[in-house]
Design a protein around this ligand. Structure first.
Ligand code: PGA
Length: 242
């Protein structure tokens, strides 16, 4: 199965989002593809209604590590589930870097997602400096093992490998670099969890490079920011070619 997820980040108004979801969901999804749209929290209900019956799945960009109570500004797993959310992006590098999320908090979020029947998409990835100093595998392994070591074999985890230096920069990892790390993630996850997990690549994926990225044996899809905000480019990503 190929997992193609659009991370809209903090973009679009509700009306833009409805329009975009309407345009995207007109396009058929190939049989082997799971297509997922992740709008901002405030747009989830409206986008769910537009996507209804289309086969496109709804994802959220974050989840609270607790169920309810005094957590001003947070959104719980139960709230997301009630809105028809199936997937949730957890530990995106923007959450790690801008909002200070660490591996311990990210683990709790993944556990909450699973408790509420949501599929977590766990993001891992190194910074440019970490790659330049040859630490990329250590960093990715640390982020991965912090979570998978606490999960059960049948937990439905997806991992997204997103090198921080390739996000929103137009600088894509080469398909070989992406493959090398995605294969490493699969191997490490299998060692700890006892099974292979699907691994997406993320970071400046666009119609022009999606085909060569998806051709790699250890890459099972993509987590896409910028190129998911236009219906025609997301259509090409879902098809897997420009
Ligand atoms: P990008 O973002 O496709 O705009 O590089 C990817 C992501 O942050 O998930």
């Amino acid at each position: 199965m190929i997992y193609m997820a659009g991370n809209w980040k903090m973009n679009t108004t509700v009306s833009d989002a409805k329009e975009l979801a309407k345009e995207i969901s007109k396009n058929p999804i190939p049989e082997n593809v799971e297509a997922i749209l992740c709008p901002p929290f405030t747009h989830l209900m409206a986008v769910r209604d537009v996507l209804s019956g289309s086969g496109y799945k709804l994802g959220a960009q974050n989840i609270c590590h607790e169920d309810n109570g005094a957590f001003t500004g947070e959104v719980s797993g139960e709230m997301l589930k009630e809105l028809g959310v199936d997937y949730v992006i957890i530990g995106h590098s923007e959450r790690r870097q801008i909002f200070g999320e660490d591996d311990a908090l990210i683990l709790k979020k993944v556990q909450k997602a699973l408790e509420h029947g949501l599929h977590p998409i766990l993001c891992v990835g190194e910074t440019e400096e970490e790659r330049d100093t040859g630490k990329e595998k250590d960093i990715v392994k640390e982020q991965l093992v912090a979570v998978v070591s606490k999960l059960k074999e049948d937990d439905p985890l997806i991992v997204a490998y997103e090198p921080v230096w390739a996000i929103g920069t137009g600088k894509t990892a080469t398909p070989e670099q992406a493959e090398e790390m995605c294969a490493f993630i699969k191997k490490e996850a299998k060692k700890t969890l006892g099974k292979e997990v699907p691994v997406q690549y993320g970071g400046s994926v666009k119609p022009e490079n999606v085909e060569e990225i998806l051709a790699k044996p250890s890459i099972d899809g993509a987590l896409v920011g910028g190129a998911s905000l236009k219906a025609d480019s997301f259509e090409k990503l879902v098809k897997g070619k420009a």
